[in-house]
Design a protein around this ligand. Structure first.
Ligand SMILES: Cc1cc2nc3c(=O)[nH]c(=O)nc-3n(C[C@H](O)[C@H](O)[C@H](O)COP(=O)(O)OP(=O)(O)OC[C@H]3O[C@@H](n4cnc5c(N)ncnc54)[C@H](O)[C@@H]3O)c2cc1C
Length: 340
């Protein structure tokens, strides 16, 4: 069977550029189309019709777009209608899409409308086999299905983002019959950038462990200073903040807490498994249930007072046996000096 591959993409909140995750899906689509000798179509959902000159021209794929004010904001009814129209126009048998909040919300519904099926959290594609992890990254499964269209939502960070010089492209506009709109998007309320500490696209992950709120060599707890050092580093580098379970659990035990941390920051077996190029663990012991969440961190470093911590036992590339208060204070000073 000759497959017809469609990559669904959408623009970012500014409404102009395709999201990084969308461009990663484009790379996945190009690689898959080459492997399967299949046709490739790229569908774009955006409020404003994409300009005639665009980066996707270099893909050589057929380009389709659904545009109009109704698609400015994520909304189930309009996004589902847009994706359905793009799938029908492309006669797609395999649909790749970024696992973004916007598409994750509608993709299963669109698959149902088209009589297809869907798999999510895909990390790799090899021909008509897709890979994903189960049970918090303990079991890796390779899936294949006969049902078509087969929707595959890709995890962010698993493919390089497609990049090329913009060139003139032919983009076909696909008309969508809008459903009755019951939802009006009145605006977006999001935490301030510096209040949002989980940043999946960041190059660096900073992990805070329970040591930050424990008694230090002077017999005192320095939770406020710890918070300032951690936030200072995040502000200067744009790093994402992870935590050990012990630290985020402390709130319930009446122990001093870092107020900007929640269980959403937890990394590990019962937490998240993010993908970042580099990770720096601070005041964390590096126990296996925590380190298993570092599976996809390429370059691992740790600062711990304990020369026998888990990190020194082969779990980190570099371990600094040092006081994280002193090291991070020096690092922040160097970052500040670099900015000045
Ligand atoms: C079923 C199960 C699931 C679990 N899932 C997870 C999970 O998803 N994620 C997770 O994180 N844990 C998980 N755990 C818990 C895990 O085993 C550890 O208990 C936890 O990771 C310990 O956190 P920690 O290293 O921050 O704290 P601690 O073990 O208390 O270590 C604190 C470290 O800070 C160091 N330190 C103190 N002060 C300083 C300083 N000034 N400078 C440098 N270092 C300093 C100390 O030397 C110490 O090594 C799980 C456990 C179980 C049983």
């Amino acid at each position: 069977m000759t497959e017809s591959i469609l990559v669904l993409t959408h623009v970012d909140e500014n409404g102009v550029a395709l999201t990084k995750a969308s461009l990663e899906a484009v790379t996945a689509g190009l690689e898959l189309a080459a492997k399967l000798s299949a046709t490739l179509t790229i569908g774009i959902v955006a409020a404003v019709a994409p300009p005639a000159t665009c980066v996707l021209a270099a893909t050589g794929a057929r380009l389709l777009a659904v545009s109009g004010e109704a698609f400015a904001q994520p909304r189930y009814s309009t996004d589902a209608a847009a994706c359905e129209a793009l799938c029908r126009a492309a006669a797609a048998t395999i649909v790749l899409a970024p696992g973004s909040a916007r598409f994750t919300r509608v993709a299963a519904g669109v698959a149902y409308r088209l009589g297809g099926c869907i798999d999510t959290h895909i990390t790799a594609l090899a021909g008509t086999e897709a890979t994903r992890w189960f049970y918090r990254q303990r079991v890796e499964a390779v899936l294949s299905r006969d049902a078509r269209p087969w929707f595959l939502l890709l995890d962010a960070g698993t493919h390089a983002a497609f990049a090329a010089e913009p060139a003139t492209a032919q983009i076909e506009q696909i008309a969508v019959e809008l459903p009755a709109l019951h939802t009006t998007v009145s605006g977006l309320r999001a935490p301030l950038q510096d209040a949002q500490t989980i940043r999946p696209d960041a190059k660096i992950l900073l992990v805070a462990g329970a040591g930050w709120t424990k008694k230090q060599p002077d017999g005192q707890i320095h939770a406020t200073e710890a918070g300032d050092l951690i936030l200072g580093f995040l502000g200067a580098t744009g790093a994402s903040l992870g935590s050990s379970k012990s630290l985020v659990d402390q709130g319930g035990e009446g122990v001093p807490v870092l107020p900007f941390l929640t269980h959403m920051n937890q990394i590990g077996q019962t937490g998240a498994t993010p993908r970042h190029a580099k990770g720096l663990s601070t005041c964390c012991h590096g126990e296996e249930p925590h380190v298993v969440g570092w599976r996809f961190i390429a370059d691992r470093r740790a600062i711990s007072l304990d020369p026998n911590c888990g990190w020194t036992r082969g779990k980190a590339d570099v371990v600094y046996i040092a006081d994280a208060f002193q090291v991070m204070s020096k690092v922040n000073a160097l970052l500040d000096a670099g900015k000045a």
